[in-house]
Structure formats: structure tokens, C-alpha cells
Design a binder for this molecule. Structure first.
Ligand code: PEP
Ligand code: MG
Length: 853
């Protein structure tokens, strides 16, 4: 059978084998051999419910192999089809049963087997109206989903049975099929084939399914909500899908003709009940049974379930149970609650949460007290709020992302081809669609704030305009999307930082107990450091010390230093900078309160600090009291053809040693000052962009001599650790040259990626979209570490360094340190810790734990 698996045009013998296999069609009983891999998740779930003695109607499971054979043209023989139909009143429902519930499947078809004979019998038993309604809705659904007739002709709820039967005959030139076995065969075939369609395939692939994911089918006796007394059908769940808090919600419709209505209160309502009483009040014993079933299902299925039930004169039939749909916040709370209640283990709770989902909880929200320029309201499809410039295409969203600009992707509706654009956008807005439309499903999956079905907006993608309420917005105009409320706002609204609850910290505490990889924060400012600490970063793994000089007030001092002509002048300028740096470092040391702090010495080419236009140079000449010509000459002299490969990193230290001397002094003086305040720790000094062992040797001497001087000056003793960043391919190959001289290595995977590919970090965005579109790169290697190439450089470097010094500490501090896939690689490569931007620290802690489990 395995050999048949991928064959689209399965050979006849394979088809027959698949259908004759004992697992092909199995009656679901407590002892039957039903498993999720063979028959799908729904079949297995029903078996568990049956084993719990819940009142589940008779059901059969059709294996995925058999469904494949059916799609390829085979069909179970009449006897077996008839057996599936023969259990109850001769009517069955057919439901999809994919291996993973998230992958969805073709829509359920109910009342298969219905024909004139059964209709007549039901009319006698239940009354003409109920029987007509059942038959009519079956013909309609069969016409649309099985015979694939025009849905518009069969969607009228007011049509009569006679009208739809006539319409069917008119369209197909044949009377409506009366043979139940033939109906069932056609339903099975159409569902099996729908699963193979391109849209279904793309949709499930977006949810992580493999391209040829298996689909089983379940054929179940119909339980009808017909008859006198408390009768109807509904769903019930025991947690809130948005908050994850315990809460009984659901919907219930009395009789099948009733209209379903969502209920917000704590109880289920009998909508047809003239007194408007709740199910809990009307039929307390039924309600109590449902709650009891819910509690049992949660324990046995180890999951929060939504139970679908049918009541017939107070008799309950459980026809299905699915995992409660949930957003990230609810998912986290549910997993933690299940583990706290001892139903699952903490490590299972950890595995149930996508690391990326944590960033949903960290999402911004629109400040409810701030003014809102409300443009339109749509369906709040994915929570969180974001502001960005309007873009009308997925490509434009990717281009905006590459430029580092947040965008709002505005589409009439989204198609699978838009997925990349949705990943790139800060938020998504569609004119059409609903809660389960493509945009909504995808956006929730990836945690992008999203509003769908904002029907009062009108989009013209060609002229790149969006019209709403007499106002026109163009590409580049700014919108705020409040995916939590469904409101589209003009301009940039005030956004609030998210609030986290106890489940978040509980899950991460469990993750911390399991993970072996350390997680530090990349912090250049006290704010970054504080945020990192809130998220339990174990220290600072990268402080880009030059970033402390990018602010207005600091720039003049830096520029004065750069313009110094002689080492002496430079030293004077550096003396002005020294106290600023010392205060900066002391502030970080105080915040981190004894945790490790890695200061990276200046990295960027100096001209980054200089103005580039004439006006800026004129201002600079004025502030430095120099002739303009001197300033332009100096700026020109400093300019480089390829600054990323020019005088930057440790090369600055070699060429202009006074700069690193000043920085080392600032670090050590701050260390002594901190220790006098009772904060004892060992600072870490890191050299950027090294490529040669001799560079390290020179800088090591320089730093050690500064340390010795300060020990003498301050009469204080202190220690420090020296490290290098591995950012050039040569450095990665020659880590053994550094391992003898330093205490730690930290991979700067941003530069290492840039240099391994020969691909500019700053320019790659221009064509990255094309590269990904054409499948040259599967992912942007600046987002997800290229494990094959850059990863190999990393592993070679780790091995060679450890061969010299098995205890050397190895870190990754490039952007990849906060990306789950790259973190998993770091764990496997034996990296000791990663360091990432503050808001990604929780993601890194969880991803690290998952890779350890
Ligand atoms: C790196 O190159 O990965 C790194 C962390 O340094 P920067 O991003 O500052 O170049
Ligand atoms: Mg770098």
C-alpha cells in the first residue's frame, strides 16, 4: 500500500488493495482498530468518546488509503455501502477526518440516503413539514457539493421541496438519485476529490500540512433533532475561546428549522422556547449531563473540547467533539490550566504553544481612552493592533518590510498567494470575507492583526486607492488596524503595550526549568535592559556601544572625536566622551544587578556619525568652528567605497587605539563604581568583526593594560572576560586562533550571513522578494538562519574552538537569536546562549525548551 501512496493515478490493483484492507472501513467500537494516522483525528476522537460510554451514534471510519483509492476512481462494493447505511433510520452524515484537526477538510454532508421512500416514512413519523425540510436541504447540499451545480440555484431557504427536486432534474436531466448506496458513493467520491483540489491543498499547507496529507472520512448515523419536548442541536464548550477562562458557552437551536444564535451568557438558551429560558433551567438534567460529558472529555482527550450534540426529546446524542478553537492567549491559558490540573505534563503544555504565538500576547492594543478616527468596522479576525502605510499588494508589503516600514496590506479578499505578503505586513484589512475566510484563518495563524469583511470600504487596486465614507486613501497613507475590535482607524492611533497574565509566566517558568540554552537580551539602552529583565533575560549578550551615541545630544562629542587630527586631539575629545560612556555602562550594570553584561566595543565605520548633505556639513562646520572646506575634506577622506568591509569593527581599535582604550576605561571604571555600590560582577568586553588572531592579541594587550592602570588608579581589584564576535567567514574557520586568547565567542550571524553570501544586509531587501518568490531562497536568510551554509560555518567554528578549549562559552547574538527555527539549530549546534531583542526573549525561552524536550 505504501507504494501506492503518492500515486495520483493509483493503479487499479493498488485501489483494490486499499479498499480490501481490513482497516479500509472499520465500524467504530471500543475495541476496533482505529488510529489517527490511518483513519484521521475525528475517527479516533469518536472512538475515545465511545469508550467513555458517551451516547455517540453508530459510526464507521474510512481509512485515508481507502479515501485515496476512492479519489482515484475505486468504490467500496454495494454491500459495504449498504452496511454503512443500514444501522439507524437509513440516513448518515459524512464528515472529514484529517490526521490533524487543524487541516480542515471538505464540508460535512448530512442526511445521505434520503429519498422519496424515507421522506414518506419521516413524514409519517415526524410530520410533513419536518420531513420536507430535511429532504429539501439534503437535495440542496447534494446539488452544490456533490453534483457541483450552480450554488445560486440551490441556496434559497424559502424554496419548496418540489422546487428543488425540479431544479435538480432541470439541471442534470436526471431525477434526483433515489438509491442510497449510489448517493453515499457519490458523496464519498466528491469529498475525497475535494481534498485533492488546489485550494484545499494550499489552505492546509498554510497550516503546516504536508502536500499529500491524508484524509479519512467518518460515516455516522444521523441523529435528528426532531420530535416533541426539548429538542434541538447545538454545541457546548467550557472555556472562552478568546480569554481561555473557564466559561460555559455555546449555541443551541430548537428544532432544525430554528435559527442559530450565539449566546453570551453563562448558559445555553433554548431559542425556540417561548419563555426564553436557558437550557440549564429548562432541562437541568440535560445540561448537567452535557457538563459532565465536557469534564470527562477534557480529562480523557486531554484537551478543551467543543462538543456537538443533538437533543431529541431530552435524549442526548454526541455527534462530534472538536478541539475548542482559540487564539494565542486562550491557547496559552488552556495549556497551562491542563498542566496545572495534572491532565497533561508541563512539557506537553510547552510543546503545545507555538513560540511565535507568545508574541501575540505581547501585541499592542489601541488605547481605549485615546481619540479614534473611525473609518469602518469589519470582523475582528485576528487580535492586536498595528499602524502602517497602506499597500495594495503582497509584493509591496514585502518591499515595505525590507525597508523596515510597517505596512497594512489592504485587499478585496486574500488568496493563498498573498500569504507571504501577510507575513510581511503589520496588519491586514480585507473588504470581503468572514471569520473563517482565508485572510482570517491565515492571519490568526501567524498572529497578524487582521480585519476582514469591512464591506463599507471600497478598494481599487489598480489606481491604488481605498475609498470609505467619502474619504480617499492612497498607497503610503497611514491606517491603524484594531484587530481586537474590528475597527479601521485613520492615521496612527495611540497604542498600549500588552498586559501579560500568570499563565504566560508559568509556562515560561516551566520552559526555563527544561531548557539548557541560555537566553540573554540585546540591550543598548536602560529601557531595553529593563524590558529584557521583565522577560527574565539572564544578562545582556550584546550592547552595541556605538548606539549610545546616535542621539542628538551625544553626536557633537562623537564628531569632535572623529575630526581630531592628532592622537592628542583625539584623546581630548575622548575625555569628553568617557564620562558619558561610564554613566551609560554603570546604568546598565545597575539595572542588571550582577547579571552578566557584554559590552561590544565600537563597530561601525566612523563616517556613519557624520552628516551626508551640504546643509549638515555647514552646521557641523559651525559647531566645530572649522571652515566648511575642512569639514567636507575630512568627510570625503573618511568616506569609503564599501563601508561594511572598511574601517569598522576591531579595525578601528587597531588603527585608532585610543577609542577602544577610552571604552575599556569606561567599562572598568563603571565596574569599580558598581562594585562600590555593592554590585559585584564580571564585565564582558567584546571585539567586533575580528578575522585574525593577531588582531585579538593586540587588543587583548591594550585592554589588559587599561585594566591594570585602573586597578592601580582605583586601588580596586576586578576581573573581566574578553570575547570576540565571529562575523567573518575567516573568523568562523579560525576560531581556534581566538579560543586560546579569549573567554567567549559570540556569533554575529547578521554579518556572518552577509559575508557568507556576499549579500548586503542593507540592500538585499530590494530583491529578496524575487528570490523568495522564485524559490531561490526558501526564507530570507537574514530572518531564519541558513543552516546549510552559514550554519555549517557556525558548527565548524564551534568544533574548532572547543577542540582548543572545551569550556569556551559560545553565543549567537545576531537577529537569528530570537527566531525559533534558528534557536532550535543553536541548541543542536551546542551553543551556550543566544541573545536577542527584548520582545523576543520569551519566544527564545520557549523555543529553546521545545528543542530540549
Ligand atoms: C551581527 O552582525 O550579527 C551583530 C550582532 O552585529 P551587528 O548587527 O551590530 O552588526
Ligand atoms: Mg555585526
Amino acid at each position: 500500500l505504501r507504494a501506492c501512496r503518492s500515486a495520483a493515478g493509483m493503479s487499479l490493483s493498488c485501489q483494490m488493495n486499499a479498499l480490501n484492507d481490513p482497516s479500509a472501513i472499520v465500524e467504530i467500537t471500543p475495541s476496533a482498530r482505529v488510529d489517527a494516522a490511518t483513519h484521521g483525528w475525528r475517527a479516533k476522537c469518536l472512538q475515545r468518546l465511545i469508550r467513555m460510554d458517551l451516547p455517540v451514534p453508530h459510526s464507521f471510519a474510512i481509512s485515508a488509503e481507502a479515501v485515496r483509492a476512492i479519489a482515484a476512481g475505486a468504490m467500496p462494493d454495494r454491500a459495504r455501502l449498504a452496511k454503512m447505511l443500514a444501522q439507524g433510520k437509513g440516513l448518515v452524515g459524512v464528515r472529514p477526518s484529517a490526521a490533524d484537526p487543524a487541516w480542515g477538510g471538505p464540508g460535512t454532508v448530512l442526511d445521505v440516503g434520503m429519498n422519496a421512500e424515507i421522506h414518506a416514512r419521516l413524514a409519517f413519523e415526524l410530520g410533513q413539514g419536518a420531513a420536507d425540510a430535511l429532504y429539501r436541504s439534503f437535495v440542496q447540499s447534494y446539488a452544490i457539493h456533490v453534483a457541483r451545480l450552480d450554488p445560486d440555484m440551490f441556496s434559497d431557504d424559502n424554496a419548496t421541496l418540489a422546487e428543488v427536486l425540479r431544479a435538480y432534474e432541470d439541471e442534470t436531466d436526471e431525477p434526483f438519485p433515489q438509491d442510497p448506496a449510489q448517493q453515499l458513493a457519490e458523496v464519498l467520491r466528491s469529498m475525497a476529490r475535494a481534498w485533492d483540489g488546489p485550494t484545499a491543498r494550499l489552505l492546509r499547507q498554510a497550516k503546516g500540512a504536508p502536500p499529500n496529507a491524508p484524509l479519512g472520512l467518518v460515516v455516522q448515523d444521523m441523529a435528528h433533532a426532531l420530535g416533541p419536548g426539548v429538542t434541538g442541536s447545538g454545541t457546548i464548550q467550557f472555556v472562552d475561546s478568546v480569554t481561555g477562562q473557564p466559561r460555559v458557552t455555546g449555541r443551541f437551536r430548537g428544532q432544525t428549522q430554528g435559527t442559530a444564535r450565539a449566546v453570551n451568557a453563562e448558559t445555553l438558551y433554548l431559542l425556540k422556547d417561548p419563555r426564553g429560558l436557558s437550557l440549564e433551567e429548562t432541562a437541568p438534567e440535560v445540561f448537567a449531563d452535557l457538563v459532565r460529558f465536557g469534564v470527562a472529555a477534557r480529562e480523557r482527550l486531554r484537551e478543551e473540547m467543543q462538543i456537538e450534540f443533538v437533543l431529541s426529546d431530552k435524549r442526548i446524542a454526541i455527534i462530534d467533539a472538536i478541539r475548542v478553537s482559540r487564539n494565542s492567549r486562550a491557547a496559552l491559558r488552556i495549556a497551562v490550566a491542563l498542566a496545572r490540573d495534572g491532565i497533561i505534563r508541563p512539557d506537553e503544555a510547552i510543546m503545545r504553544i507555538e513560540p511565535r504565538a507568545l508574541s501575540d500576547l505581547l501585541h499592542q492594543q489601541v488605547d481605549p481612552t485615546s481619540p479614534r478616527d473611525l473609518l469602518a468596522k469589519g470582523i475582528n479576525a485576528s487580535p492586536g493592533a498595528a499602524t502602517g502605510q497602506i499597500v495594495f499588494t503582497a509584493v509591496a508589503a514585502q518591499a515595505a518590510e525590507a525597508r523596515g516600514e510597517p505596512s497594512v496590506l489592504v485587499r478585496r479578499e486574500t488568496v493563498p498567494e498573498d500569504i507571504r505578503g501577510m507575513h510581511a505586513a503589520a496588519a491586514v484589512l480585507t473588504e470581503r470575507g468572514g471569520m473563517t475566510s482565508h485572510a482570517a484563518v491565515i492571519a490568526r495563524g501567524i498572529g497578524v492583526p487582521c480585519i476582514v469583511g469591512a464591506s463599507s470600504i471600497s478598494i481599487d487596486a489598480r489606481s491604488r486607492t481605498l475609498r470609505v465614507g467619502g474619504r480617499i486613501f492612497r498607497e503610503g497613507d497611514v491606517l491603524t488596524i484594531d484587530g481586537t475590535t474590528g475597527e479601521v482607524l485613520a492615521g496612527a492611533a495611540t497604542l498600549l503595550e500588552p498586559a501579560l497574565d500568570g499563565s504566560f509566566s508559568q509556562l515560561l517558568d516551566w520552559a526555563d526549568q527544561i531548557r539548557t540554552l541560555g537566553v540573554r537580551v540585546n540591550a543598548d539602552t536602560p529601557d531595553d535592559a529593563r524590558t529584557g529583565l521583565t522577560f527574565n533575560a539572564e544578562g545582556i549578550g550584546l550592547c552595541r556601544s556605538e548606539h549610545m551615541f546616535f542621539e542628538e545630544a551625544r553626536l557633537p562629542a562623537m564628531r569632535e572625536m572623529i575630526f581630531a587630527d592628532t592622537p592628542e586631539d583625539r584623546r581630548l575629545a575622548l575625555e569628553r566622551i568617557l564620562p558619558m560612556q561610564r554613566d551609560d555602562f554603570l546604568a546598565l550594570f545597575e539595572i542588571m544587578a550582577g547579571r552578566p553584561v557584554t559590552i561590544r566595543l565600537f563597530d561601525p565605520p566612523l563616517h556613519e556619525f557624520l552628516p551626508h548633505d551640504r546643509e549638515g556639513m555647514r552646521e557641523l562646520a559651525e559647531s566645530l568652528d572649522l571652515p566648511l572646506s575642512d569639514v567636507t575634506r575630512r568627510v570625503e577622506a573618511l568616506s569609503e567605497f564599501n563601508p561594511m568591509l572598511g574601517l569598522r569593527g576591531v579595525r578601528l581599535g587597531i588603527v585608532l587605539p585610543e577609542i577602544y582604550e577610552m571604552q575599556a576605561r569606561a567599562i572598568f571604571e563603571a565596574t569599580v563604581a558598581a562594585s562600590r555600590k555593592g554590585i559585584h560582577f564580571t564585565p564582558e568586553v567584546m571585539l567586533p568583526l575580528v578575522s585574525h588572531g593577531r588582531e585579538v592579541a593586540l587588543m587583548r594587550n591594550l585592554i589588559e593594560s587599561v585594566a591594570a592602570t585602573i586597578r592601580t588608579e582605583t586601588h580596586a581589584d576586578f576581573d573581566y572576560r574578553l570575547g570576540v564576535m565571529v562575523e567573518t567567514p575567516r573568523a568562523a574557520l579560525r576560531t581556534a586562533d581566538f579560543a586560546q586568547q579569549v573567554d567567549f565567542l559570540s556569533y554575529g550571524t547578521n554579518d556572518l550571513t552577509q559575508m557568507a553570501y556576499g549579500l548586503s544586509r542593507d540592500d538585499a531587501g530590494r530583491f529578496m522578494g524575487k528570490y523568495i518568490q522564485q524559490g531561490v531562497f526558501e526564507e530570507d536568510p537574514f530572518h531564519i538562519l541558513d543552516q546549510d551554509g552559514v550554519g555549517e560555518l557556525l558548527t565548524i567554528g564551534v568544533e574548532r574552538a572547543r577542540a582548543v578549549d572545551p569550556t569556551i562559552r559560545i553565543a549567537v547574538c545576531g537577529e537569528h537569536g530570537g527566531n525559533p527555527e534558528s534557536i532550535a539549530f543553536c541548541v543542536r549546534a551546542g551553543v551556550d546562549y543566544v541573545s536577542c531583542s527584548p520582545f523576543r526573549v520569551p519566544v527564545a525561552r520557549l523555543a529553546a525548551a521545545q528543542e530540549t524536550i
